[in-house]
Design a binder for this molecule. Structure first.
Ligand code: SF4
Length: 446
């Protein structure tokens, strides 16, 4: 197979996702002025706890989101250099490493300027512009890095700022009745996680000195629930072949669903995405010219390489149609949310993080997606510094081959560190998988 990469761009990305990009950019610009506006700021990582912060009247900075944003804009180096100088090694999760570097730069700026507004001395370095936190909230499912990350950030800020750690148990799926969203284990851990959120709300009330606004929480969750329904309906339309939108379009929609405020604009955004996909189906427009292979993506994105990988897969006539990160996360079970009493459904979503399942649940989810999207192959992004995502990948590859005859390939990279990616290895492994799929198709015709 000989492909002239990037001779022409065969991708046809959704134009409606640009609206989400603008909403996200505006969100960050607003965050950068939080202190000037006298707002309380929480730094958090892990689960999408932003509706709780919205109801508490806070401004919120999601650590991974900011690290991913810097990486996607190729602006992560100053933060990573600051982190390295402080002593964080390159094997540490690159989200954490980047964000810890931001904390170092933020703290330096605050100390130097004494204005409370970060970045006046360093306006060109986006990494230094985060407003310093008033406190931290950690809510990590399926990965222990989060807790240590906040413990380190606590040290960077002179051990003075409070930290609340929401404990989210793993869904091991070991009991006979266990499965995705069912069984005794599911009920038990849902009770526990809901209790954790109630304690977090008490903490937020203490930090802000205000009663928590349950009405605001219900209202914002009603918008998020509707946005999620529209997102899933639009995703479902992409089971059509050739697909009208790809995994990369869903990556472009992560920021809005993951941390933007729950409001009408969020609903309008996903209504726009769905409308564009419906229009494409009516017009017979596909997301990748000459789709010949439908691939599932397992692993967190390589944010530095998003545009590059989008074009590269398309050059091989591959539509990446779905993925573990995009399709098993981000309010993906909206029927769980009771808008009048949303806490339990929220807790359950935090547990349903795709890093938080034992193998049995992951196998169930993967096979469901392979069938739903008529997948030919799987790209396993072996996310180098994220063990939580890579741990089960070899077993999932075996499951896909054994149960559905679906081929796969592995490539190395990382969430926010471009240095782990090797282009030649990527090409040769993808080509090998596509050739194996071709052979399989030829045999099935005999
Ligand atoms: S190691 Fe993976 S799951 Fe853990 S914080 Fe980093 S990116 Fe997230």
């Amino acid at each position: 197979m000989q492909t002239e990469l990037f001779q022409k761009d065969k991708t046809n990305k959704l134009s409606s996702t640009r609206v989400g990009g603008k909403m996200t950019a505006d969100y960050w610009e607003n965050i950068f002025t939080a202190k000037e506006r006298g707002k309380h700021v929480v730094w958090y990582n892990g689960a999408a706890m932003n509706p709780l912060f919205q109801a508490a009247g806070l401004e919120w900075c999601h650590g991974e989101a900011f690290a991913a944003r810097l990486a996607a804009q190729h602006l992560e180096e100053p933060a990573q250099a600051a982190g390295a100088e402080y002593g964080y090694i390159g094997e540490l999760c690159s989200y954490a490493r980047t964000h810890l570097g931001c904390a170092v730069l933020t703290q330096q700026s605050r100390t130097e300027s004494e204005t409370g507004v970060v970045g006046l001395l360093d306006q060109k370095e986006l990494a230094a512009k985060l407003p310093a936190p008033d406190f931290f909230v950690n809510g990590y499912a399926g990965c222990s890095t989060g807790q240590q990350w906040d413990a380190m950030t606590y040290r960077v800020f002179d051990r003075k700022l409070p930290v609340f750690n929401v404990s989210l148990p793993m869904l091991w799926g070991n009991k006979p009745d266990a499965g995705y969203m069912r069984g005794e284990e599911w009920v038990e851990v849902s009770d526990y996680a809901e209790g954790q959120l109630r304690e977090l709300i008490t903490f937020l009330e203490h930090q802000t000195g205000r009663p928590f606004d349950w009405d605001v929480l219900s209202e914002s969750m009603s918008f998020i629930k509707r946005a999620s329904e529209l997102r899933l309906e639009a995703m479902q339309l992409c089971t059509h072949a050739p697909t009208p939108a790809t995994y990369w379009d869903w990556v472009a929609s992560i920021a809005p669903i993951n941390f933007l405020p729950g409001n009408q604009a969020l609903v309008d955004y996903f209504a726009g995405v769905k409308a564009e996909i419906e229009q494409r189906l009516r017009d017979g427009v596909s997301a990748v010219k000459d789709e010949r292979y439908r691939v599932y993506f397992d692993g967190i994105m390589n944010w530095n390489k998003l545009g590059f990988l989008t074009r590269k897969f398309a050059e091989y006539d591959v539509s990446v149609v779905a993925g573990r990160y995009t399709h098993e996360s981000f309010w993906q079970e909206p029927q769980l949310i009771d808008v009048d009493n949303p806490l339990r459904g929220m807790a359950q979503h935090y547990l349903l993080c795709p890093l938080n399942h034992g193998l049995k649940n992951l196998q169930e989810l993967l096979l469901r997606r392979l069938d739903e999207y008529a997948i030919d192959g799987i790209a396993f992004h072996s996310t180098r510094t994220c063990r939580a995502m890579t741990n089960p990948q070899t077993m999932l590859a075996k499951t896909a081959e054994r149960e559905r005859g679906v081929k796969s390939f592995f490539f190395e990279g990382d969430v926010a560190d471009a240095s782990f990616y090797n282009d030649e290895l990527f090409d040769s492994r993808l080509e090998a998988m596509l050739e194996a799929i071709d052979v399989q198709r030829t045999k099935s015709l005999v």
